[in-house]
Design a protein around this ligand. Structure first.
Ligand SMILES: [Zn+2]
Length: 304
């Protein structure tokens, strides 16, 4: 995952008596229908299109607080920077796919929403004409700028005027974290040049693994993951924002095995001491690529 963004609170519907507190909107962000209960506890499901959202009510400040330094060190990630090699391997594969589906990538101006520590922007240095990004994590952006020398800004994309008209916007493992993904897609459509592209990765709740695992699917963890897309609902939301999907696949994902074990032993099993033993042995300190076919890679073209 890269980076989360908050939504602009002004556009979020407020239920009576909760002034100043963001909540899930009462109508579906993908189709405008109404939410009902989901078979998975803690989630809501649109009665019309099936779009699934977390049933949480957090203020913007509470959402932002989820993504302090601890987020990248010890919460969802054992150590995000320690995963640099595997993250770069994933980005290299995505760049390979972008070259196939985005015309003239080498001439493109690229903008990344949720650039985190800047590894993707660094990989893009010799690929595209120009690459820049934004992230709300101050710690991550400082690393991106000072250590990698990439063009990264700390801030909320919805509240930021970007001073160029990108040919490509990317959001890697970010859209599921956003309170209002619909507003981000609308803003991306506005910022992109006509005919420009957006590339997104996120979990696929319609995949066989997600359906089989239910509440235990590894991508289900509100409140950091606020929305759960299927191929159909992502296509629907993109369509409403003026995009046409030109590519959708389920590629494999590379992860450092030690970090994957951290999630299992320290977070799921609740045995951090056992993880510490494993970590010191260093026998699992290498990357593996697995494909459970439950992560979507989508490229869509802005009309106009
Ligand atoms: Zn819906």
């Amino acid at each position: 995952m890269n980076r989360p963004q908050n939504a602009a609170s002004a556009e979020i519907e407020q239920p009576a008596g909760s002034a100043g507190v963001s909540s899930q909107p009462r109508s579906c962000l993908a189709c405008g229908g109404t939410y009902g209960p989901s078979p998975i506890s803690g989630l809501l499901r649109c009665r019309t299109c099936g779009f699934t959202s977390a049933d949480v009510r957090l203020g913007d400040e509470q959402l932002a607080a989820l993504y302090g330094r601890d987020y990248f060190h010890g919460q969802e990630y054992h150590d995000y920077r320690a995963e640099e090699a595997s993250l770069r391997a994933n980005f290299a594969r995505r760049i390979f796919a972008l070259r196939q589906h985005v015309p003239n990538l080498e001439e493109a101006s690229v903008f990344e929403i949720g650039c985190a520590y800047g590894f993707f922007l660094d990989e893009m240095k010799d690929v595209a004409r120009q690459a820049a990004g934004i992230d709300i994590s101050r710690d991550a952006v400082r690393h991106a700028v000072e250590q990698l020398g990439v063009d990264a800004t700390c801030g909320d994309y919805l509240l930021t005027e970007i001073d160029r008209c990108p040919d490509l916007i990317v959001m890697w493992d970010t859209i599921e974290h956003l309170a209002r993904p619909d507003l981000f897609l609308a803003a991306a459509a506005r910022d992109l040049r006509p005919g420009g592209h957006i590339a997104i990765t996120t979990g696929d709740i319609g995949s066989p693994v997600a359906r089989f695992r239910g509440r235990r699917w590894r991508m289900i963890h509100p409140p950091t993951h606020l929305h759960y897309f299927s191929a159909d609902t992502l296509r629907l939301m993109l369509d409403r924002a003026g995009f046409e999907v030109v590519h959708l696949s389920h590629p494999g994902v590379t992860r450092n095995l030690q970090s994957a074990l951290y999630i299992i032993l320290a977070l799921k099993v609740g045995a951090p001491v056992l993880f510490d033993v494993v970590r010191r042995l260093r026998v699992f300190d290498f990357s593996v690529t697995v494909n459970l076919f439950d992560i979507m890679f989508v490229i869509a073209r802005r009309g106009g």
